[in-house]
Write a protein that binds this ligand. Structure first.
Ligand SMILES: C[S@@+](CC[C@H](N)C(=O)[O-])C[C@H]1O[C@@H](n2cnc3c(N)ncnc32)[C@H](O)[C@@H]1O
Length: 465
């Protein structure tokens, strides 16, 4: 590490900036985010300086020496080399550290790429090797840090003394902070509900002082169709904070890799009727973990409320007196459609889209409104329909759907092993067999299924060619 990161404390501080051009203005803008006063050494009053009000004070160059006394640091943003060197020497003669813009050889410190979230500041530096890279890293951090994380730090600051007084044991105090800053209190702050955050903070503190565990909420989180980049930022954060994750088979290994290394991972998923843990058992496991005071995430493929039994899990948690928090995910219907560039609605082809299941509760094909589904100008997306594809095709055609209605079959959509096949509804079973599709797969039926570029080579014609 060639550079050592440190933060200047800026309360009651002042900073001296030499120069009045664009670089001086940029640095003034950064410094003005703090409480510090800025003494701008210049022999003219630049237009931009007025916008800072009293925070910027103009200092004539012959008075610069006085301005440097007790300055926290100085920034030299002058054009001429000789002028810049003289300003750096003057600052050094007063023991003031200097950043000289675009003159690294004159700098005591550099100004990193900054991410400002109020009380939380993240700085990224590359030692001048690749400033663009520093900006890219900063942008990545930006997506990871919730907008209101600074508010959370401010709330922690307000409560710090009270928490220390209420919980004398250091370990327990640490557990309290982990629970508050990663759990419901944090969620309330991120949602912008300060009043609720304060109330939850008081409640959590009471529970910790009384030695009782904090129970819930359980987060029921949609993991999307498989591509880890399709995970929401909220899902990512909750996965990383979880003490225990109950996950379905459909959750991709790349997403499971995001779970904290020391967290428990409990597979409870099912594939085609084969239940690893029965639904009631999943409820019991989640409730028991929540009662142990663990941060519980129930991770489900796609969206929890689309053929995901999320509703049943919410009911079971509520019955047990535990709050359920649901985080939506990108349903496989949306993920698969986007992956093969198939618009589910289209002004010329489909004015509505219907999601149906191809799998009845007791096996076989469900009792669907076949006549309604066979009507024109719509798209029908069938989940869990691979095993019953033949019957679905027959029922739809009996109800009046033309046999040449386009269909797309997408298996493992958005994943590296995605398979896609296109053809006519009359050939549905043959398409599935020809392509060796076993699932998880979606059937997308309607005129829109003829629009993807790949649909121009229907699988059956390809197989027969
Ligand atoms: C129990 S449902 C869960 C649906 C999920 N909640 C969603 O919103 O996508 C399981 C079915 O979703 C579909 N599915 C899930 N992930 C898929 C993927 N990556 N590609 C294709 N189909 C998928 C398949 O039809 C599978 O049988």
């Amino acid at each position: 590490m060639r550079q050592f990161p440190a933060f200047f404390l800026m309360d009651d501080a002042h900073v001296v900036i030499f120069g009045d051009g664009i670089n001086a203005e940029r640095k003034a803008r950064l410094v003005a985010k703090t409480e510090a006063t800025i003494k701008l050494v210049t022999d003219r009053a630049p237009d931009w300086a007025a916008a800072f009000g009293e925070q910027v004070q103009l200092v004539a160059p012959d008075k610069a020496e006085g301005a440097l006394v007790d300055a926290r640091f100085a920034i030299v943003a002058l054009d001429g080399d000789a002028e810049a060197e003289a300003a750096v020497a003057l600052a050094h003669s007063h023991g003031v550290p200097v950043n000289a813009v675009d003159r690294k050889h004159l700098c005591d410190f550099t100004v990193p790429s900054l991410l400002d979230r109020g009380e939380i500041v993240a700085a990224v530096a590359t030692g001048g090797a690749a400033p663009v890279l520093a900006k890219d890293i900063r942008a990545k951090l930006e997506t990871l840090l919730p907008d209101r994380i600074g508010d959370l730090a401010a709330l922690a600051q307000r409560w710090r003394a009270a928490v220390k007084e209420a919980i004398s044991d250091e370990t327990r105090r640490r557990h309290f902070w982990e629970s508050a800053l990663r759990g419901p209190v944090a969620e309330a702050v991120y949602a912008g509900d300060e009043a609720r955050a304060e109330a939850l903070m008081a409640e959590t503190l009471e529970q910790f002082s009384a030695d009782s565990a904090v129970i819930g909420p359980v987060h029921i989180v949609g993991a999307g169709p498989g591509d880890p980049e399709l995970l929401t930022l909220k899902a990512f954060r909750l996965i990383q904070q979880a003490d225990i994750v109950f996950h379905d088979k459909l959750v991709s290994p790349e997403i499971m890799d995001m779970v904290r290394r020391d967290a428990e991972r409990v597979p409870v998923g099912k594939s085609k009727g084969e239940h690893l843990v029965p639904q009631d058992g999943i409820h019991e496991l989640m409730i028991a973990a929540a009662h142990e005071g663990k941060r519980v995430v129930r991770l489900k493929g796609g969206d929890p409320f689309i053929f995901g039994r999320g509703g049943e899990e919410v009911d079971a948690l509520r019955e047990a007196g535990i709050e359920a928090d649901v985080v939506p995910g990108i349903s496989s219907a949306l993920g698969c459609a986007a992956s093969v560039t198939l618009p589910l609605t289209h002004r010329d082809h489909a004015q509505s889209v219907t999601f149906v299941t191809g799998h009845a509760k007791k096996g076989g094909v469900p009792d669907l409104d076949w006549a309604g589904l066979a009507k024109p100008h719509q798209t029908v997306v069938v989940f869990m329909g691979v095993g019953t594809a033949g019957i679905i095709s027959d029922k739809l055609r009996e109800a009046g759907l033309p046999g040449d209605m386009p269909v797309a079959v997408i298996e493992n959509g958005t994943r590296a092993n995605e398979k896609r096949a296109f053809g006519k509804i009359a050939d549905l079973s043959a398409i599935i067999a020809a392509r060796g599709i076993k699932g998880p797969a979606l059937l997308i039926i309607g005129e829109v299924a003829s629009l993807p570029a790949d649909a121009q080579t229907p699988i059956i014609e390809e197989a027969l060619a």
